[in-house]
Design a protein around this ligand. Structure first.
Ligand SMILES: Nc1ncnc2c1ncn2[C@@H]1O[C@H](COP(=O)(O)OP(=O)(O)O)[C@@H](O)[C@H]1O
Ligand SMILES: [Mg+2]
Ligand SMILES: [Zn+2]
Length: 542
């Protein structure tokens, strides 16, 4: 009978395990120094080795040559544990046996010595599913455990294990496994299976698992079922809904060369090949993310699941963009992905989204053009509430132009020592601009601030967090307030709505318009874009 690869290649001892070095080492030490606890919690992402480690550990404890970190693998205890029919190693799937009765049974069972082996081991899988009452029953056992009992609770949701239980257990958190280690492991497996697969294919499959070894091995199974003994990278990509670096890089190139037509061609090509547009969009977000990470770290990093040559290619591409650009593209693509998941017109949305990326790229030069706008005179009452909505036949993307960061709010007088006005939000936004943190200042527009002791609480929508989570922001706030403050970010999606719902200004609109027209920033804008018209004037304070 065919056995799936994930099960066939379940590691039987610590040597075969990949990743989780901290777990291996600590457990091995515990065995050598005879310090076996009565309760263990193995938590972490699925498919990272929790159940596997529990079984290996059980073998270590009960091997006839044990307790030993290197079980023999041939004694009846070892063999039975592998086969899952050892009398003294009891596996319970809490997903189906979660009630009080099962726990009572365990409690009964615990009282009797192991029938043959050294320890009576209870491996509880999906332990977070156990009911509250059942946990209580278990607690009684953990409070006064017989010397021969060891519980191993495996779970993806460590937070759902009651603290009363957790505090009586040793807790190990399993990490998602490094991409390169997964590739390595799969290389070994395909060799033993007589499958030919090059590094590129293995990379694609490893990436599909997103850090879960089991998911990667399942993808490998699928690939073998689909392609037979020789895995071709194109077939596997198509099977797993992944896309080659080429098609993703084509998007980046089209952004660089401001080529909307190329974007439309990309979509056309995807459709023609019957590829999933949603998948493409998901892969594209990952691509921007990887470029951003590459840009930030400046060298190959394990944060990117990619082989060395792939990392080099990413670094090279990232070199052509600024961090802000990449952040913006990632953001736009994530939003696009969200839209596309519910879209009845995925093609149109993808086209629109990709063309928007081109426009967002163009925005950059516009920002540069506007950077020469002078600040308001220092003595002048800051007309900080002014934004102009401008259209111009000469300046192409008007939609984006209504609110690009540099003119979203007219520049402020940049006093050397920021004069405080008592309006914390206003002062902070001034301070951020004075510190050249335009990006954060823009994000602050959509945030509420509150000072509590030395904590400066900033509530903002999730999308703004990145721009506000910056040591420089804390530094600017500290300087502003003249004492050390800590930034505390709280996600609050209602802020936008709140801003919109604010009461109407009392200033008459013609008044507002006059003030706006008199502002040097607006004047300069009109010089820069003589054909532009001012359509509306909005008070950003409201
Ligand atoms: N750290 C690992 N090293 C090697 N193989 C692993 C690892 N984690 C998972 N696997 C593979 O995935 C399969 C499932 O792992 P398992 O331990 O059941 O994961 P879980 O963390 O969900 O309990 C194993 O049979 C094994 O083939
Ligand atoms: Mg498991
Ligand atoms: Zn043994």
């Amino acid at each position: 009978m065919y056995q799936v690869i994930a099960r066939k290649y379940r590691p039987q001892n610590f040597d075969e395990l990949i990743g989780q070095e901290h777990v291996q080492k600590t457990l091995a030490n515990a065995i050598i120094s005879h310090r076996i606890a009565h309760g263990y919690i193995f938590s972490g992402q699925r498919g990272t080795g929790k159940t596997t480690v529990a079984r290996i550990f059980a073998r270590c404890l009960n091997c006839i040559q044990g307790p030993t970190p290197t079980p023999c693998g041939v004694c009846s205890s070892c063999v039975e544990i592998t086969a899952g029919n050892a009398v003294d190693v009891i596996e319970i799937d809490a997903a189906s046996n979660r009630g009080i009765n099962e726990m009572r049974e365990i409690r009964e069972n615990v009282r009797y010595r192991p029938s043959r082996d050294r320890y009576k081991v209870f491996i509880v899988d999906e332990a977070h599913q156990i009911t509250k009452e059942a946990f209580n029953a278990l607690l009684k056992t953990l409070e006064e455990p017989p010397e021969w009992v060891v519980f191993m609770l495996c779970t993806t949701e460590a937070a759902e294990i009651p603290i009363t239980i957790a505090s009586r257990c040793q807790h190990f958190n399993f990490r998602s496994v490094d991409f390169l280690q997964v590739v390595e492991r799969m290389r070994l497996i395909v060799q033993q299976e007589g499958i030919s697969a090059d590094d590129e294919v293995l990379s694609v499959i490893a990436r599909a698992g997103e850090g879960s070894v089991r998911d990667s091995l399942s993808a490998l199974d699928q690939a073998i079922a689909c392609c037979g003994n020789t895995l071709s990278v194109d077939d596997v990509r198509a099977l797993l809904g992944m896309f080659g670096a080429d098609s993703l890089k084509a998007v980046a190139s089209a952004v660089t060369s401001q080529d909307g037509a190329a974007m439309l061609d990309i979509v056309q090509e995807l459709e023609r090949n019957g590829q999933s547009l949603q998948h493409f969009c998901r892969e594209l977000s990952r691509y921007w993310r990887n470029l951003l990470v590459a840009k930030i770290s400046g060298k190959p990093t394990t944060l990117i699941p990619a082989s060395d040559p792939e990392q080099q290619a990413l670094l090279e591409t990232a070199g052509g963009f600024s961090e802000e650009d990449l952040t913006r593209y990632l953001n736009l693509t994530l939003e696009l992905y969200k839209t596309m998941q519910y879209s009845l017109q995925p093609r149109m949305h993808l086209e629109l989204g990709l063309v928007k990326l081109v426009q967002a790229g163009r925005l950059q030069s516009l920002e540069e053009a506007l950077s020469g706008i002078p600040s308001a005179a220092k003595t002048q009452q800051p007309p900080r509430s002014v934004v102009a909505s401008v259209t111009s036949p000469a300046a192409p993307p008007p939609a984006r132009f209504t609110a690009p960061p540099p003119i979203k709010r007219a520049p402020e007088p940049q006093a050397e020592a920021p004069a405080t006005t008592g309006d914390l939000h206003h002062d902070l936004s001034l301070a951020l601009r004075a510190a050249k943190l335009e990006f954060s200042a823009d994000a602050l527009q959509q945030a509420a601030v509150e000072l509590k002791g030395s904590d400066l609480i900033i509530r903002a929508p999730k999308g703004r967090m990145l721009a506000l989570k910056d040591a420089a922001v804390a530094a600017a706030a500290t300087k502003l307030l003249g004492r050390p403050v800590r930034i505390k970010l709280e996600v609050d999606e209602s802020i936008v709505a709140a801003a919109v719902a604010a009461p109407k200004p009392e200033v008459s609109s013609s008044d507002l318009r006059d003030r706006a027209m008199a502002h040097p920033g607006v004047k300069r804008l009109q010089e820069l874009f003589p054909d532009a018209q001012i359509r509306t004037v909005r008070n950003l304070n409201e």
